[in-house]
Design a protein around this ligand. Structure first.
Ligand code: FAD
Length: 635
């Protein structure tokens, strides 16, 4: 099929709410798409999202979001050392703060909250963030379609507890009025359950010889499921075997010896070398793995065993130990963006006015113009990339810190008596090159996990209903996860109820390069996300949905009515594992060495906790603020 024909069939020429134009200049429109678009533009539908509304309200901006190109434009020069010398200021704001916080994610906002709770609301605080919205990973996406608003999460999905919430984190959640025990009250799975939709698996022709969607993984007996899948006889036999009752593949070893052995091999190596699974069956496992987006080749076999993954049930090991999840869970339709909004409501009531609660916050108006008012003690300044943080004098004696940031292409400066860096660990050495070498090395150790949480608004989900699936795993595609997000009925916002209604489809991705060590895979995935254009993401998504759902009547040209790509090259915080990281005592871990206070500057953010969760972001904020109090003799 010609590129022109394919682009037309896929609907690449359709006008949907997506940010094709940035500052009046077309972005990401290249090659065949540009040609196709220019020829069919006369037939295009009217754009759905009013551009003016999106200009004032970041969640309505569609297209390439997450770590969007404008937000991270300053990271390149920063990483190359362009700001080693404190830069000359284009704009000296002459503003002086009690506290400047770099990073307006949950950690940065929580740090401001803890500071004000301890020292009062007159404290002058400035939060600087490089994005056009606050919340960091807790990102809200909105779409307007046929007079209705659809709200989705572009990052941090919810409160969840692989590691239990500390007293500090729980107390903050309570102070914000979030009653996690009410989660079920607001969950909207009913439409999916009513239609008896469930999981499916998409086998792609590049890895399995043909495109085929098979429903029922985990729901119907595995032999029945594998019988429907396009697999070789050998792969089918192996999969049926390991998904059943396995023999003890490590017979003869003590439990301790088994644990030690499993800790140093990947789940994939265990399957191939010990369970004797043929290499033809391995692609089936590519979309599965361990916590923090580890895949079959980067998940330690011990972690897989403890999670109850297949292949290990003959080994006589305890399952679930240390990995139990609790009921401390809550999900707003926009994920933890609502939590960030509740924090901003407490910090800056003029920007999120009213006595907001968990029941009202989702629909509460946010006035972005009020985030940074010159008369306010508390200010949040967006679209501001900090490039240099330097003590005015020797760090142990200095009374203030100078902060330089890029805004509107100019270098601005402010100063503060205290600074919390609630940003990304790996950038901190470039922000403060005077940090001790050992601390810089420790901060640079981690490599964030590249991810995408993309939202596709479709005008109906009859194809999902017809094919009997609500969520699809595509083990070998760029997007491994595709799921219907019916939304939550809360705060006057109504979740989706029938397949004839529009719905958000959530597509997740963890780009990587199987075969390399995990950190290398993360780096490769980051590069992939940074190098792909919006057009390429859109094309990939349209093709993928069509291949999976075409037989159910899905028509990408007419069914897709909105798209927001949230690419996060700087996604989850790095966590350690027994395959790639040395086994050292906790105090020698890089994140602990890296987060030491330096003069008037402390370090928050979830990287500083080496765990990619909201509770860590909160706990690290609390620690960072406490360290400044201790230094000032306030505790
Ligand atoms: C796709 C995705 C899904 C997730 N889902 C969940 C989930 O369901 N539950 C959960 O608990 N956790 C989840 N997480 C983990 C999430 O990272 C944490 O929960 C938490 O939101 C992290 O908050 P943070 O403030 O530490 O970091 P961030 O949210 O990353 O905030 C840091 C902020 O600092 C900014 N910054 C960096 N450098 C600079 C600079 N030089 N100048 C100015 N600003 C700067 C960043 O751009 C960012 O806005 C998810 C993460 C991702 C990426």
């Amino acid at each position: 099929m010609s590129a022109f024909r394919e682009y037309g069939d896929l609907g690449m020429n359709r006008r949907i709410p997506r940010r094709d134009f940035l500052n009046g200049v077309a972005i990401g429109i290249t090659g065949a798409y540009a040609a196709a678009r220019s020829r069919v533009v006369a037939a295009a539908e009217p754009a759905q999202a009013p551009a003016a509304a999106a200009a004032d309200y970041p969640p309505l901006r569609t297209g390439l979001r997450g770590n969007d190109p404008v937000a991270i434009a300053g990271f390149g020069p920063l990483g190359r050392g362009d700001y080693r010398q404190f830069p000359a200021l284009d704009v000296d704001t002459r503003e002086v703060y009690d506290l400047v916080i770099v990073g307006g994610g949950i950690s940065g906002l929580a740090a401001a909250h803890f500071w004000r709770r301890a020292l009062g609301q007159n404290q002058k605080i400035l939060v600087l963030d490089n994005h056009d919205d606050f919340g960091g990973h807790a990102k809200r996406n909105e779409f307007k379609y046929q007079g209705r608003t659809f709200i989705g999460y572009g990052g941090t999905m919810g409160i969840a507890t692989p590691f239990p919430y500390s007293y500090t984190a729980k107390r903050l959640v309570e102070e914000l009025g979030i009653q996690v025990e009410r989660n079920n009250e607001f969950a909207a799975r009913a439409p999916i359950q009513k239609l008896d939709l469930g999981p499916g698996m998409f086998f792609d022709k590049e890895h399995f010889g043909e495109d085929r969607l098979v429903a029922g993984n985990g729901r119907i007996p595995w032999p029945e499921f594998f019988a429907k899948a396009p697999l070789s006889d050998q792969a089918r036999k192996d999969l049926i075997r390991v998904y059943g009752k396995n023999p003890d593949y490590l017979a003869g070893l003590s439990v301790e010896a088994k644990i030690a052995k499993l800790a140093t091999m990947s789940w994939q190596d265990f399957l191939v070398q010990h369970a004797k699974v043929s290499s033809e069956a391995i692609p089936f496992f590519m979309g599965q793995g361990g916590r923090n987006n580890k895949r079959v080749d980067t998940t330690p076999a011990l972690e897989a065993a403890r999670r109850g993954s297949v292949g290990f049930n003959g080994l006589g090991l305890e399952v679930g130990e240390g990995f139990r999840e609790s009921s401390y869970t809550f999900h707003f339709p926009d994920g933890n963006a609502s939590l960030a909004r509740l924090l901003v409501n407490r910090l800056l009531p003029s920007a999120v006015p009213g006595a907001q609660s968990m029941e009202t916050i989702l629909q509460a108006p946010v006035d972005y113009a009020k985030l940074d008012e010159s008369t306010a003690a508390m200010r949040i300044r967006l679209s501001s990339t900090v490039v240099r943080v330097q003590h005015a004098g020797p760090p142990d004696r200095a009374k203030s810190v100078r902060i330089a940031y890029l805004r509107d292409g100019k270098v601005h400066g402010v100063s503060a008596a205290n600074v919390v860096l609630a940003c990304y660990n790996s950038l901190i050495p470039a922000l403060m090159p005077e940090l001790p070498a050992k601390q810089q090395e420790a901060l640079a150790y981690s490599v964030k996990v590249p991810m995408m949480y993309n939202n596709v608004l479709i005008r109906r989900w009859t194809a999902f209903a017809k094919l009997g699936v609500s969520n699809i795993n595509s083990p070998c595609m760029l997007h491994t996860g595709t799921s219907l997000d019916p939304g939550t009925t809360i705060s006057g916002y109504r979740g989706v109820t029938t397949p004839d209604e529009p719905i958000l489809v959530h597509m997740t991705s963890n780009p990587n390069k199987p075969g390399l060590p995990r950190k290398e895979q993360n780096r490769a995935g980051q590069q992939q996300l940074l190098s792909m254009t919006f057009e390429q993401f859109e094309l990939e998504i349209r093709r993928h949905l069509t291949r999976m759902l075409g037989s159910g009547g899905f028509d990408p040209a007419t069914d897709i009515v909105g798209l927001t790509v949230n690419r996060w090259p700087y996604g989850y915080s790095y966590t350690y594992d027994t395959l790639g990281d040395p086994d050292v005592p906790p105090e020698q871990r890089p994140h602990v060495i890296g987060r030491q206070r330096f003069g008037l500057v402390t370090i928050a953010n979830s990287d500083a906790g080496a765990a990619a969760f909201t509770n860590q972001a909160i706990d690290e904020a609390h620690r960072a603020v406490e360290e400044l109090f201790v230094r000032a003799g306030l505790t």
